[in-house]
Design a protein around this ligand. Structure first.
Ligand SMILES: Cc1ncc(COP(=O)(O)O)c(C=O)c1O
Length: 421
């Protein structure tokens, strides 16, 4: 069902015309064609959960299976695969997170890497000062972040200090300053909130954690590849991020870990495996951690899973993260305006920050019918996702999403809200 009210229909048509104008003026528009499926009418609003694949990645995966795995067999490890986690890690550092070489590695899943780094940071802080027994985290952080700090606190005799947040926003400087102190060992925060899209001021929050004598671990899952990050310049200690969202690694691709050079040899991570040992093939009697980023690895690197992200990282380097961010802001601004003009009359509200400086790459729209709306849209090849309470997340991947796709999807949301109300 589409708009029945003629005034609303005129608004929708005007917004469609505007989308065409914005697409024509978009300096990144040609890159959309590089993605599989962009030629179809499917509307994809979930690149912040799983990015669309690049056509180049399809070719890369096939060539790898045929030539490297099939042709080089076990020799591939010595020839290039052992080095791949470090080379791709450095590419993440250059293209997406502002990290100089030698500080970023591709490792395990986000959850496992977060566990390893938060525990390493907690243990180091506690060893330096026995009063530092607290891990600070917000109540609206992603579930895995909250669950793993509770686990670490339980196994290490520490405790969690919770920050309460407004679900339509995120952790403010004031809230963090009130939570940290002489008992804080480590802080774990998301740079962009998974629910609201709130973009924290990571440089300021890092300074606040440091002023309290604590270490800080950043979850960059929703920012890497869509929002500029300056890990070195902002003084980050540690960070972890997903690669299957804006970095195009594919379903379940392994995460990256960043550890500032100044900390690497001071930290001991808890999963002591042979791939993190000083001499991997010595097979020695006891574990001695490698220097540098190798010590944060544990087992055999998931090579197949880290192939595809190389194409997105190449594209990001070519385009530049500032241009990606400019398009991201234009897309989210447009989505907010469509929500105000087309969806607000139906009772839909914007549950994300309105100031683009405080918003990452997705916009959450709230209405009591959104769970049912999401199910209905998926059957129509319009793919957002749903997050409690009542939130429809509109993820707008800057390199693969057009303004025309955005208005088409939001018109489908309008029809679905009418149908479900
Ligand atoms: C913000 C955030 N942190 C952590 C995770 C957990 O990642 P994984 O399932 O790869 O361990 C996710 C997954 O979507 C996420 O969005």
């Amino acid at each position: 069902m589409t708009t029945t009210d003629p005034a609303q229909a005129r608004v929708a048509e005007r917004l469609e015309d505007e989308a065409s104008v914005l697409d024509a003026a978009d300096p990144l528009r040609a890159h959309r064609d590089a993605f599989v499926g962009a030629e179809t009418s499917l509307v994809y609003f979930d690149g912040n959960s799983l990015g669309r694949p690049l056509r180049a990645s399809v070719d890369r995966l096939a060539a790898f299976a045929r030539d490297e795995w099939g042709g080089r067999l076990i020799r591939g490890w010595d020839e290039s695969w052992m080095q791949l986690p470090f080379d791709i890690g450095d590419a993440v550092g250059r293209a997406a997170i502002g990290a100089a070489a030698g500080q970023t590695v591709i490792g395990d899943s986000t959850t496992v890497l977060l566990y390893k780094l938060v525990r390493a940071a907690f243990d180091a802080a506690l060893a330096a000062d026995p009063a530092r027994v607290e891990i600070v985290v917000d109540r609206d952080n992603f579930p895995t972040d909250r669950y793993l700090v509770e686990g670490i606190a339980a196994e290490r005799g520490g405790r969690v200090r919770w920050i309460d947040v407004d679900l339509a926003r995120g952790v403010s400087a004031e809230a963090l300053a009130a939570a940290v102190g002489s008992e804080t060992a480590v802080v774990l925060l998301s740079h962009v909130a998974y629910r609201s899209g709130y973009l924290t001021d990571a440089a300021t929050l890092t300074r606040i954690a440091h002023a309290a004598g604590a270490l800080i671990v950043w979850d960059l899952c929703h920012s890497a590849g869509s929002v500029p990050v300056e890990a070195d310049a902002w003084g980050f200690d540690l960070a972890v991020g997903c690669t299957y969202k804006y970095l195009g690694g594919g379903p379940g691709s392994p995460a990256f870990a960043y550890v500032a050079s100044r900390l690497q040899d001071r930290l001991a991570q808890p999963i002591q495996g042979w791939m993190g040992a000083a001499d991997v093939f010595a097979m020695g009697p006891e574990y001695r951690p490698a220097g540098g980023m190798r010590r944060f690895l544990s087992g055999t690197p998931p090579i197949v899973g880290m192939l595809a992200m190389q194409d997105t990282l190449d594209l990001l380097e070519e385009v530049g993260i500032e241009a990606v961010r400019a398009k991201s802001i234009a897309l989210t601004q447009f989505a907010v305006r469509v929500a105000d003009e087309l969806l607000a009359p139906l009772g839909v509200t914007v549950a994300s920050p309105r100031d683009p400086a405080e918003r990452g790459g997705h916009v959450t729209l709230s209405h009591p019918s959104m769970r049912a709306v999401t199910g209905r849209l998926w059957t129509q090849d319009v793919i957002p996702d749903y997050r409690d309470p009542d939130g429809l997340r509109i993820g707008l991947s800057p390199l693969s999403t057009s303004f025309t796709e955005t208005i088409a999807g939001l018109r489908a949301v309008e029809a679905a809200v009418r149908a479900e109300s």
